[in-house]
Design a protein around this ligand. Structure first.
Ligand SMILES: *Cc1c(COP(=O)(O)O)cnc(C)c1O
Length: 404
């Protein structure tokens, strides 16, 4: 058995060991001070984790986006008082609907959660028995139609509800696929160009057949106009991620649109427990954080921000172009992650490294920098960086490519 002395030694190597032992000191500071002032603790370092400059974009694996002080103080505020969860969601939903000039809204657990509860509400309506029945769709509408090119991983948010996905290629095929079991038509904005049916035509088909339409716009701010565009166009339900361009909590999202459908969607959410979405909880902190993030986003000078991103991308591009054999391409994705972006490629006979080598050198260097891309190029965006970090990225990328 370990002696008390050895045990103390081991425990003192663990974070909070002082607390476990009732000691008054931790990391050279009185423990009550440490606990009262979390900002003085470097949690990620304590846990042995490296933080990094995010030159990649909004990726769940990289924890999405950073929240502003206004958002985190709304979250801290939320943690200090009790409030009725449904009443809070009602009020915040009304406020968001007012801000976004749509009929109704709710804060969801991400865009994925918005898809699940949105579809569940379409199927159940306000019928509590049907709410409790899902994901068993026996006797209920159980088919969702979408274009084949829109069938990406996230449609699992729909199959979670207990439905079958029916894929089609053309408007004609879509109309043929509609039957008495069709619950909803679903559109993926990010893949607009890959599908034959575009948004307006899609909405028209839904209206013609009296079937609700849903559009996934998870990564579609900017532009800010998208927050209004699709509800006004006539989509019954519209989903956005809270923790991408909106820079709210990564675990939150927005479901906008038809009031009756969103009320029905809410029946599937906590505090109610006989539901498929009990695990998709958003508590008051995230609800407030999401609201404040949205308010801030709407107040933002979007033109100024865009110009900043453009000049940051140009700075990085100019910097790496000074390396022999390197070429760059500045591009803006038309749908989803619609921000100035950079591709960096090089002649591998001159710069003798693969893009994977460069990505891991950037990641493992100081500071650590995360980028994306494939085996042909490095992909960079600056919109998820803190201003000023573009200089470090420009310098490091040039160093790595010139093999300094
Ligand atoms: C990110 C994303 C989602 C998931 O959004 P969360 O907010 O993380 O739940 C769904 N659809 C698309 C197209 C996305 O890009």
């Amino acid at each position: 058995m370990a002696s008390r002395r050895e045990l103390l030694k081991t425990l003192s190597m663990l974070p909070l060991a002082g607390g476990l032992l009732g000691s008054e000191w931790l990391h050279g500071q009185p423990i009550n001070k440490v606990l009262l002032e979390p900002a003085t603790r470097n949690f990620f370092k304590e846990l042995g984790l490296r933080t990094f400059i995010n030159a990649a974009g909004t990726y769940t694996s990289m924890t999405g986006s950073l929240m502003s002080k206004e958002v985190t103080s709304a979250i801290s505020y939320g943690a200090t008082e009790y409030v009725n969860l449904d009443e809070l969601q009602d009020k915040v939903g009304e406020r968001i609907a007012e801000l976004l000039e749509c009929e109704y809204a709710t804060v969801s657990s991400g865009a994925f959660g918005a898809m699940t509860i949105g579809l569940a509400g379409v199927i159940s309506g306000m019928d509590e028995k049907k709410v409790a029945q899902l994901p068993d769709t026996t006797g209920l509408k159980n088919e969702v139609i979408l274009q084949e090119s829109h069938n990406i991983v996230y449609t699992h948010a729909l199959t979670n509800v207990g439905v079958k996905i029916i894929t089609v290629k053309t408007a004609k095929e879509l109309e043929k696929a509609i039957n008495k079991n069709t619950a909803m038509l679903w559109f993926l904005n990010a893949n607009t160009d890959e599908g034959e049916i575009k948004q307006e035509a899609f909405v028209k088909l839904g209206k013609k057949h009296g079937i609700p339409t849903f559009i996934d716009c998870a990564a579609d701010v900017p532009p800010v106009e998208n927050l209004y565009k699709f509800t006004k166009m006539g989509f019954d339900l519209v989903a956005f991620s809270g923790g991408k361009g909106l820079r709210g909590p990564q675990s939150a999202g927005l479901l906008l649109g038809n009031k009756n459908l969103i009320k029905a969607a809410r029946l599937h959410t906590p505090p109610r427990g006989h539901t498929i979405a009990r695990g998709m909880k958003v508590n008051k902190e995230e609800v407030l954080g999401m609201l404040v993030a949205l308010e801030l986003y709407l107040q933002k000078d979007h033109i100024k921000e865009w110009k900043m991103w453009e000049s940051q991308i140009k700075l990085i591009s100019d910097s790496v172009l000074s390396v022999k054999g390197v070429e760059t391409e500045i591009h803006i994705p038309k749908y989803a992650n619609h921000v100035p972006s950079l591709k960096v490629r090089w002649d591998q006979d001159i710069v003798k490294m693969t893009p994977n080598d460069v990505r891991s050198e950037l990641k493992n260097g100081h500071p650590s920098i995360e980028t994306v891309g494939n085996d042909k190029e490095i992909g960079i965006t600056t919109w998820m960086m803190e201003p000023g970090q573009e200089r470090l990225v420009a310098q490091r990328l040039r160093e790595v490519l010139s093999n300094i």
